[in-house]
Design a protein around this ligand. Structure first.
Ligand code: FAD
Length: 401
């Protein structure tokens, strides 16, 4: 005989726990299933262990989605302030960092503990170490006098439920339990998936660039980086493997293999003007010395390769100035690729939102089946937007399951 629940949620992560707590508060009998041995493992990793749990400014244009309007409803019905109010009600101290990002002052575990307490108060049952073997949609004739719509098969038995929520997240960091399970469920019900790819991920370099740039590992500078679909200004970090730092992670979510990125190493400077000024005020100064005052020496030396770096600035022409400016303002690099799911913070793409109700997160063509969180084709920028999407989509679905 199968256990019967009103709601079964597969995935005890950010969105699944939020959905469970809301559904439980509505007196639904809720079960959360997860194949891992501990809930919320990505919450614990988030924000370097301090969880950048939301952002003060959350708008639809902070998200990448093939339907740019899709997330508007959920993020306006459960806002970042709503989540901050919840965090405050638990007395969890937090702080604002740049760009409106809100972090715990203590530890990300406080956010997870808060969600688990919310679930406990709402009498949600959480069952870990329980992989799902099969999901079956029960024949509609059985449904006429019976709310049960799905049967879930696990090693420890069968579970029947009226509503089934898939909250298994994206595929980045398989080491903490990420799987493509949610995409397989979508395929089972003929719901299309926008091809998933790693997002918020460092770039690797082509072998020739790697040889040249490896000595820069550890250097971090302010930069503006553009790709054909996006421009961001933040810190750029050179690493042993390639390029990282917030500006690269942001651009990576928009990048397609083969595309070239353009790096402006002096986004707050007009180098032609600076060089002309110095020509008047310090005519004997070497070109390289002027640039050493603006950027790390090792980086300047690499970008000045082939230029008369040792010559006094007075001996250089306007044409030299514009070529040097281009080397620093318009440095073009074609990344070799990305570090992939091993280090990506999110998955871009996912279950096609055009098949999902933006109000309830229910699949349009399968009554009782819901998809939430990162599993959907909704990817936030770096800065707390992905967790906010998990909270908003989890909360809204919790009102309708
Ligand atoms: C290192 C790192 C740092 C991050 N930092 C931040 C940050 O500071 N701010 C921010 O906004 N976002 C951050 N993110 C992104 C954020 O953590 C995710 O977007 C968010 O957790 C997604 O929530 P979710 O509920 O969709 O999925 P998840 O939180 O990933 O939860 C999915 C759950 O499903 C379970 N599961 C998977 N497959 C199966 C299966 N086959 N059967 C049963 N259960 C399954 C998993 O075990 C997991 O518990 C970070 C991500 C990473 C990897």
């Amino acid at each position: 005989m199968a256990d019967i629940f009103d709601v079964v949620i597969i995935g005890a992560g950010a969105s699944g726990l939020m959905c469970a707590a809301q559904a439980g508060k509505r007196k639904k009998k809720v079960l959360v299933l997860d194949h891992g041995d501990a809930p919320g493992r990505k919450i614990l990793m988030s924000g370097g262990g301090r969880s950048n749990f939301t952002n003060k400014q959350v708008r639809a244009d902070h998200y990448i989605c093939s339907n740019p309007h899709f997330c508007k409803s959920a993020i306006s019905r459960y806002t970042s302030q709503d989540f901050v109010n919840l965090v405050d009600s638990y007395g969890i101290p937090h702080q604002e960092r740049g760009h409106g990002q809100l972090f715990c002052e203590g530890s990300a575990s406080q956010i997870l503990d808060m969600l688990l307490t919310e679930c406990c108060r709402a009498e949600v049952k959480i069952k870990m170490n329980t992989p799902v073997k099969k999901i079956e949609k029960l024949p509609s004739k059985m449904n006429s006098n019976n709310p049960v719509q799905f049967r879930i098969y696990t090693d420890s038995g069968e579970i029947d439920t009226a509503s089934l929520v898939i909250a298994t997240g994206g595929v980045s960091i398989p080491g903490v339990g990420a799987t493509p399970f949610g995409y397989q469920v979508a395929a089972q019900f003929d719901i299309p998936v926008v091809p998933p790819r790693p997002g918020l991920v460092p770039f690797t370099l082509q072998p020739a660039d790697k040889t040249i740039l490896q000595p820069l590992a550890g250097i971090s500078v302010d930069a503006r980086v553009s790709s054909p679909l996006a421009v961001f200004s933040e810190k750029l970090l050179f690493t042993h493997r390639g390029l990282s730092g917030p500006v690269i992670l942001q651009v990576s979510s928009y990048w397609q293999p083969g595309q070239t990125i353009t790096i402006d190493l002096l986004p707050f400077n007009n180098l032609v003007d600076t060089l002309k000024d110095k020509q008047g005020s310090h005519p004997k100064k070497q070109l390289k010395s002027i640039l050493y005052a603006l950027l790390p020496k090792r980086l300047v030396n690499i970008r000045l390769e082939g230029f008369p770096a040792d010559r006094p600035i007075i001996s250089l022409s306007n044409s030299h100035f514009s070529q040097v400016a281009s080397a620093f303002h318009e440095w073009q690099i074609k990344p070799g690729g990305t570090e992939g799911n091993r280090t990506a913070e999110v998955t871009v793409g996912g279950v096609d939102c055009n098949q999902i109700s933006s109000k309830t997160m229910e699949a349009r063509k399968v009554s009782g089946l819901f998809f939430i969180g990162e599993l959907l084709d909704v990817t936030g920028w770096l800065g707390g937007y992905n967790l906010q999407w998990a909270w908003s989509s989890g909360f809204c679905s919790g009102l309708y399951v």
